[in-house]
Design a binder for this molecule. Structure first.
Ligand code: CA
Length: 497
């Protein structure tokens, strides 16, 4: 029996830009293993357009993992290439798998301009052209002068892109243009999943055109080089909505063949629409797991609504409910954390409840967020344009719940979703894990209890609440049932004493 999988997202948006993350990972790896983390999702490791400060999603050079003096620094936000390689080695020595964050949709921070034929389009229907194509001087050529052709000679220019951005005639920064090159069609890639404004191929920067076979070859070349270097265990695919999903399949198959081992790939399709997620599930044919975005938003809503939220509805139209075999469940991430682009934080009181749901149920693979475990303190401008200071304290009892998942939360699951404010479930336990089995009760209302069956194998045994929210001891009766209690707006996790 393989132990339960638990992923930790080992970074957040505001992690200090001091080049220390890879070394921190090296130090923390033994502890993470011991508590029950099995896999780490690491941030984009290559040079971004913001050099030593970029989180990594504004990718400049995939082959620069903190090795070349480009975009103002040698190291990335997280450290040097050597530190990165050593950190991944430390993770592997501690039996921690590593998921690498791969941004294929766009490039940012070009080195040179070139004359390009561009086409304007209707803002609300990007497939509708406006006017005739015209020439424009665009900053979209990537020559990587610091790397000087090491590892790859490929130069990215307009033929590698379906769209580019530049200032418009009024000096506005956000303007983008369709690039005209005859070989690969004269419009946006219509196979992309996102259909907002007619077509959501273009997201930001220079938009990579996967219809160009030379682009696909170069990406395979890079995947080969990257795998040889660190032997990663899975890929987290950014911005899946904006790319041709069949090319993604092709690239994943290519990587799988090189690696010759199971890869834990995760796709980020940012939508609350379960239909769209299930559609992509069909296309990806088992190659990826998907982030349960609807469940995250339900956590956000429930945490704000208090006891007005019918907690049984948490699972409605989520991947956890509709496709548990493809579900990566999470409470928060680097995009939803306070002051970020998709800010939708889960209110503090609800975080232990939400983490219990992702960690202790049978369905889904949980991904625990960095700040939930380590906390964080940072300042940034909010949507109101004002500077805000944010302090996130670690989620209470997270360590204990991750441990319960690793060592005890196994076996048959019985659900008790029979009250709008209080729900519970039990895991019966299995022989392979000593003393396994647990009972969970949570409520967004007042103090309460749940009569639940744990199984006759536990008859006569004493159970305690690992969160210590409840102090009493509970004895399982001869039929394998007991009355499990919970405090108001709280969670209790009952395990064998
Ligand atoms: Ca795109």
């Amino acid at each position: 029996m393989t132990p339960n999988e638990t992923i930790m997202q080992f970074f957040h948006w505001y992690y200090p830009a001091d080049g220390s993350l890879w070394n921190k990972l090296k130090e923390e790896a033994p502890k993470l293993k011991e508590m029950g983390i099995t896999t780490l999702w690491l941030p984009p490791a290559y040079k971004s357009c913001e050099g030593g400060y970029g989180v990594g999603y504004g990718v400049y050079d995939l082959f620069d993992l903190g090795e070349f003096d480009q975009q103002g620094s040698v190291r990335t936000k997280y450290g040097t290439k050597d530190e990165y390689v050593q950190a991944v080695e430390a993770a592997h020595q501690n039996e921690l798998k590593v998921i690498v964050d791969v941004v294929l949709n766009h490039r940012m921070g070009a080195d040179e301009t070139e004359k390009v034929l561009v086409q304007d389009q209707d803002a609300h229907d990007r497939l509708k052209k406006v006017g005739e194509p015209y020439e424009r001087e665009i900053l979209d050529k990537y020559t990587f002068p610091g790397r000087k052709g090491k590892y790859s000679q490929y130069i990215w220019d307009f033929q590698s892109f379906s769209g580019v951005n530049d200032k418009d005639d009024l000096g506005n920064n956000e303007h983008f243009y369709r690039v005209i090159h005859d070989q690969y069609g004269d419009n946006w890639d219509e196979s992309v999943l996102g259909k907002e404004n007619g077509n959501f191929d273009y997201l930001m920067g220079c938009d990579v055109d996967f219809r160009n076979p030379a682009v696909r070859e170069e990406l395979k070349n890079w995947l080969s080089w990257y795998y040889d270097l660190i032997k990663f265990d899975g890929i987290r695919l950014d911005a899946i909505k904006h790319m041709n999903p069949y090319v993604i399949n092709e690239l994943l198959d290519y990587t799988h063949n090189i690696a010759n081992k199971p890869l834990l790939n995760v796709a980020e399709e940012w939508t609350q629409d379960i239909g769209e997620l299930l559609h992509y599930k069909e296309i990806s044919q088992g190659r990826v797991q998907m982030f349960d975005v609807p469940l995250h938003y339900h956590f956000n809503e429930a945490s704000l609504a208090g006891n007005q939220y019918d907690i049984r509805r948490l699972f409605d139209n989520t991947l956890m409910q509709q496709s548990p075999d493809r579900c990566i469940s999470f409470v928060e991430n680097h995009d939803t954390q306070p002051l970020q682009m998709l800010e939708s934080p889960v209110d503090f009181w609800f975080k232990p409840l939400a983490n219990a749901i992702i960690l202790l149920r049978e369905q889904g693979i949980p991904c625990v967020f960095y700040t939930s475990f380590y906390g964080a303190k940072y300042t940034d401008k909010g949507k109101d344009g004002q500077e805000h200071e944010v302090e996130l304290v670690p989620v209470p009892h997270l360590y204990e719940m991750i441990k319960v998942r690793r060592y005890l939360s196994y076996g048959f699951q019985r659900d008790y979703f029979d009250h709008p404010n209080t729900i519970g479930w039990t895991r019966e336990g299995i022989g392979e894990f000593e003393n396994s089995g647990c009972a969970v009760v949570l409520t967004n209302g007042s103090e309460g209890y749940k009569d639940m069956e744990l199984g006759k194998r536990h008859a006569g045994q004493t159970f305690i609440d690992v969160t210590k929210n409840r102090q009493e001891e509970i004895t399982i009766n001869e039929d394998g049932w007991a009355r499990f209690t919970v405090n108001g707006r709280s969670v209790s996790v009952w395990i064998r004493k």
